[in-house]
Design a binder for this molecule. Structure first.
Ligand code: PLP
Length: 394
């Protein structure tokens, strides 16, 4: 079409949204569909956060703020970085934007030139490649294979680095796999990045959702040298169940933060003022609700994990974080007569009334993603339906 710019022509709506839309359509037709596609906690935002936002509005805090966020919010974020990760940032090293997704968007716009390469370990979150391409960059994929727990190795990283390599994205805990890189693994990857002057983009949005004896380490906390070369991305969406508030942030190099601020100043301006006051309460108030939600997710995970793995042809590594299960279902799909997992997923929705997300959108064709950010009864019913479907069709 002559109407559209080249840069948006190749954009596809996220696979997450496509299947969710189809599930909604079937529900509207009266079908009893269970959706396991959710990318957000199923809890409401903790009440003290809602109250703080409401009080701020009544007190007249309803105007523009600085483009990169209120100093009081930046200070709350700086304290959080200090307490949780022992990383020290100055206010000039913090940018607050309209959700982590928007912060990542500004970051790629700020650092990428045409043809710059960004290394994206697969499985990856669906928006990374599109955002890199929108900024003129080229995504370069490395596969974190199943036998590597879906994580990449320093050797794999070294192989793809060339003069065009600009950055790498590390997402730990990972969406969709729930895997976490250990301190040692991060150190080894960081060493390669330092030697080759590669910017590390560390997306830590699922930091607070970790299970068992897993531990989250920020790659930026390893050394001052690595901190200088890392942009940490985080936000309150997943930790405080604030997906609709749209507050995310970045910590890192001053020059990059300033460029991101300039970009925001000519596009979104500040993130919503009321939401910023909510985020201040999220970080300065009690963290008990964060732990309660985390514990609820862990309980669900432990209740459903065995049943998922017991489905014939399903094979899942136990997630250490986030709220997704990412089983390899290639064998089940084949046993049911499908050559692709995508077709299997479509049929599951139509015949078993369960909506899951095909792995192809995350760069891995043999898997599906199921979210347990849904009530336990629905999840267990969905698993029963999938198991029955697989047994009947194979
Ligand atoms: N990064 C990852 C890995 C995510 O899964 C998500 C949300 O799905 C985001 C970033 C974006 O979060 P936000 O709601 O803050 O934009």
């Amino acid at each position: 079409s002559q109407l559209l710019a080249d840069r948006v022509k190749a954009l596809t709506p996220s696979s997450t949204l496509a299947i969710t839309a189809k599930a909604k359509e079937l529900k509207a037709q009266g079908k009893d569909v269970i959706g396991l596609g959710a990318g957000e906690p199923d809890f409401n935002t903790p009440n003290h956060i809602i109250e703080a936002a409401y009080e701020s509005m009544k007190a007249g805090e309803t105007k523009y703020t600085p483009a990169a966020g209120l100093l009081s919010l930046k200070n709350a974020i700086i304290n959080k970085f200090k307490e949780d990760q022992q990383i020290n940032y100055d206010a000039s090293e913090v940018f607050v934007g309209s959700g982590a997704k928007h912060v990542l968007y500004c970051l790629f716009q700020a650092v990428l030139n045409e043809e710059d390469e960004v290394i994206i370990p697969a499985p990856y979150w669906v928006s990374y490649p599109e955002q890199v391409k929108l900024a003129g960059g080229n995504p370069v994929y490395i596969e974190g294979t199943e036998d590597q727990s879906y994580k990449i190795t320093p050797e794999q990283l070294e192989k793809v680095i060339n003069s065009k390599t600009k950055a790498i994205i590390i997402n730990s805990p990972s969406n969709p796999t729930g895997m976490i890189y250990s301190a040692e693994e991060l150190e080894a990857l960081a060493k390669v990045c330092l030697e080759n002057n590669i910017l590390i983009v560390s997306d830590e949005i699922y930091e607070k959702l970790i299970y068992g004896n897993a531990k989250h380490v920020s790659i930026a906390s390893i050394s001052d040298e690595i901190k200088e070369q890392t942009i940490v991305i985080n936000g309150v969406s997943k930790s405080h169940s604030m997906t609709g508030w749209r507050i995310g942030y970045a910590g890192g190099n001053k020059e990059i933060i300033k460029a991101m601020t300039n970009l925001a100043s000519h596009s979104t301006s500040n993130p919503t003022t009321t939401a910023q006051f909510g985020a201040i309460a999220a970080y300065t108030g009690t963290q008990e609700p964060v732990e309660e939600m985390r514990a609820a997710f862990e309980e669900r995970l432990n209740k459903v994990f065995e049943a998922l793995n017991a489905i014939p042809g399903f094979r899942c590594i136990k997630p250490q974080g986030a709220f997704y299960l990412f089983p390899n279902v290639k064998e089940a799909a084949e046993a049911c007569g499908f050559s692709t997992v995508d077709e299997f997923v479509t049929d599951l929705l139509e015949k078993a009334n369960v909506a899951v997300i095909p792995g192809s959108g995350f760069g891995v064709d043999d898997n599906i993603r199921l979210s347990y950010a849904t009530d336990l009864t629905s999840f267990e019913t969905a698993l029963d339906r999938i198991a029955q479907y697989v047994i009947e069709h194979s």
